[in-house]
Design a protein around this ligand. Sequence first.
Ligand SMILES: Nc1ncnc2c1ncn2[C@@H]1O[C@H](COP(=O)(O)OP(=O)(O)OP(=O)(O)O)[C@@H](O)[C@H]1O
Length: 243
Amino acid sequence: MIKVEHVSKKFKHTQALKDVSLEVKQGEIVSLIGPSGSGKSTLLRCIHGLEVPESGKIYLEGELMDRHDPVKYRAQRNKMGFVFQHFNLFPNMTVLQNCTLAPIQVLNQSESEAEATAMRYLNRVGLAEKRDEYPNKLSGGQKQRVAIARALCMSPEIMLFDEPTSALDPEMIKEVLDVMGDLAKEGMTMIVVTHEMGFAHKVGNRVVFLDQGVIMEDAPSEQFFTDPQSERAKDFLSKVLYE
Ligand SMILES: Nc1ncnc2c1ncn2[C@@H]1O[C@H](COP(=O)(O)OP(=O)(O)OP(=O)(O)O)[C@@H](O)[C@H]1O
């Protein structure tokens, strides 16, 4: 589904990713975890094309993602839903308009078709009754559920989540994780940058542990949480699980 080959990314003096390679298969739920600054978000953003790696290649469904072929590249990006830590909803649009904008403008759907799809996904995240509200009237958890519905309206092949619960109050984290858990059960391929170890352990089926821009460990979730191989992962887990 996604193949990352020898990707490196540098920001001025920071080498955020060093020769990272990774393959994600259809239906996998991969948690990207690791210490702050280890390159998790940068890797996810490179996959989605929000950052441009200095070197390396990314393939979606066996096809190279190549910026020099903008039409194909845009179509490939449209197959990936991206959910941001800070929701990134359009504040001047209603919940429904947030969900229908891209399907109408990018996929050329009719308004009624886009609205029907949007209502289906808003129902699924439990927010159909908020269709005419503006984002500033919603709680953080509701905003994030709208953001997930909005991404789903583009019928993505894969969903990328960048710390989707980090900006939420504790009581709202569960409602977002529940929606993500439902998506996982339905077989959606997901890559999730997260600090939620419960999610990574119980919902995710694979953990990729990054440290200083390098994949230190890539293992089935159960194995990673019961028997991490690297000292760095052991150290990380002892801090996050028992602090
Ligand atoms: N736009 C940028 N400009 C300069 N440096 C950046 C930029 N984005 C990330 N970095 C640096 O690259 C490194 C990796 O950052 P990244 O955000 O990918 O880490 P992370 O593992 O997602 O961290 P966190 O868990 O704290 O969000 C860090 O040292 C960070 O400061």
